[in-house]
Write a protein that binds this ligand. Structure first.
Ligand code: GLN
Length: 242
């Protein structure tokens, strides 16, 4: 089996080591004998999105989001269709905000979102949300918590299934104690870390969904030796959990 991992705009959206998410997916595939092609989709390189099996878009500054919006506008309908078809997508923070309908920046400017899904993000005048975060995920994962850190000024308001309910931290906004969104195999989240090395069970979830979407009946993934990852995960919960 083979998976094409598309990294969208690594030159603009790669805050806090979000590239580590792509490296994590690649290694967890290769260690299982799954061939992997990491494909960069950038200002200058536009490989065919239809060949992507997993898409990753990372975090970035408000300005970076504006640059990516302008360049990706002509491709947004293709990604929207692929999400409807069930392709796996992980969008972190700025990338997550960008796929929504609108993004109101700190100065009140409306940086249009790509409107790939119907949710909005806006600065509310409150201080940035910065800190460690633990959520109880709505996905059927074992363990059922996801850990990371968040650093965003804008708040996101959504009616979709959340990725999780906030146990520690703030999440999407200051009101509903929800974090992220899940729509088919699209996951939007504020969890940096990078989120996948911190939560190998979420990485495997994305890999499994991508394999099932491409090859049909893939029962499960063979387990990997995650002793170090699991120790780090448990330490995080012990240190920051309530
Ligand atoms: N620029 C966005 C904000 O501050 C996203 C930041 C990020 O990607 N960490 O809300």
């Amino acid at each position: 089996m083979e998976l094409n991992i598309y990294h969208l705009y690594p030159e603009h959206l790669n805050l806090y080591g979000d590239l580590g998410n792509v490296n994590c997916l690649k290694r967890r595939c290769l260690e299982r004998g799954i061939e992997v092609n990491v494909v960069n989709f950038t200002d200058d390189e536009k490989p065919d999105l239809n060949d992507g099996d997993i898409f990753f878009i990372g975090g970035g500054s408000d300005r970076a989001q504006q640059l990516v919006y302008k360049d990706f506008l002509q491709y947004k309908d293709v990604l929207k269709e692929l999400i409807e078809e069930g392709r796996a997508v992980l969008a972190v923070c700025g990338g997550y905000q960008l796929l929504g309908t609108s993004f109101i920046d700190k100065q009140g400017n409306n940086i249009p979102g790509l409107s790939i899904l119907d949710y909005e993000s806006k600065y509310t005048g409150d201080k940035r949300i910065i800190g460690n975060i633990i959520i109880e995920t709505t996905l059927n994962l074992e363990p059922n918590k996801l850990v990371g850190f968040e650093n965003h000024g804008a708040r996101t308001y959504s009616k979709y299934q959340p990725l999780g309910n906030v146990l520690v931290g703030r999440g999407n906004n200051d009101d509903d104690m929800k974090e992220g969104i899940v729509y088919k195999n699209y996951i939007g989240t504020y969890l940096h870390g990078p989120v996948l090395p911190k939560n190998p069970h979420l990485a495997d979830h994305l890999i499994l969904q991508a394999l099932r979407n491409k090859y049909g009946d893939v029962e499960s993934l063979e387990p990997l030796d995650d002793e170090i990852e699991n120790k780090a995960y448990e330490k995080f919960i012990k240190l920051y959990g309530k």
